[in-house]
Design a protein around this ligand. Structure first.
Ligand SMILES: [Zn+2]
Length: 272
């Protein structure tokens, strides 16, 4: 269904003789998927010790369902994933290697539609599927260090990585190429999961408008995701490649989840 965008996304990779359905077509990732999931488990345990979940079962169920619908469209759908809404008014989301996606409650509050929210979650899912974190860690620290982390040799370093992640978004700071890839893949995942792909450009516009009102809530997201006109244009052009009919989703369920978030996140940007 609606797959003609696919060739466009991958046609630009010169000399790729690999399976065009595979996301990890360019960079050889030296970390096995099993090791990546083990590393993610350790990092997530540390993140979970340092952040506060929103503690709202309905919102959590909503995020889980949205995440599962997106993951179902990826090549890593047979792996275990977690989607956690954390109580934090900042408009942000981040992903750990090994299928752990964290969504700040401020992001849910800021999104004006289900497709807008899905676009950011899909972008984070795409970082995981493309394995950007482990690629980056291996490049920065070498395979032996990452392998040692997987084996649990250095719990202090896991704590340090997570402290940096939470403090400065270090793990979330990918290259511009990675970001472009995450946008393109995210757009594909959301459209295949029947979320209107116009939601990605719409989310960018919502974020730009909100940032003018409450810039402090956007520092982290814009710090790791510079929002250029190119990026918005690419999202618009990418969405136009899909046929634009039959988008699903559940606006009433989104609004209900968002209302619950607003009630629990008084500083959320749209609480006005
Ligand atoms: Zn990103």
């Amino acid at each position: 269904m609606r797959l003609f965008v696919f060739a466009l996304v991958f046609a630009a990779i010169p000399g790729c003789t690999c399976n065009p359905n595979s996301v990890n077509r360019g960079d050889l990732n030296l970390v096995s998927l099993d090791d990546e999931w083990e590393l993610g488990r350790q990092l997530a345990a540390e993140v979970d010790a340092q952040v506060a979940p929103l503690a709202d079962a309905e919102v959590e169920a909503y995020a889980d369902a949205m995440g599962a619908s997106l993951v179902a469209e990826t090549e890593l759908s047979d792996r275990a994933w977690t989607f956690t809404v954390i109580e934090d008014p900042a408009v942000n989301a981040f992903a750990l290697p090994g299928g752990h996606v964290y969504i700040h409650s401020g992001l849910v509050a800021a999104a004006e539609s289900e497709a807008e929210l899905a676009s950011v979650v899909a972008h984070e899912v795409a970082h995981v599927v493309a394995r950007h974190s482990t690629e980056r860690m291996v490049k920065a620290q070498g395979l032996s260090v990452v392998a040692g982390l997987v084996l649990g040799d250095d719990p202090g370093m896991i704590r340090e990585i997570v402290a940096e992640l939470i403090g400065q978004g270090v793990l979330a700071r990918f290259s511009r190429t990675d970001e472009t890839e995450a946008d393109a893949l995210g757009l594909r995942f959301m459209a295949e999961a029947d979320y209107d792909p116009d939601g990605m450009a719409a989310m960018f516009e919502t974020l730009l408008a909100l940032r003018q009102r409450q810039p402090v809530l956007f520092e982290r997201w814009f710090g790791t995701h510079p929002l250029s006109e190119d990026r918005v244009e690419a999202a618009r052009a990418g969405a136009a490649e899909w046929d634009g009919s039959g988008w699903g989703g559940d606006p009433a369920r989104f609004e209900a989840a968002r209302r619950r978030v607003l009630a629990r996140t008084p500083a959320a940007p749209l609480a006005m």
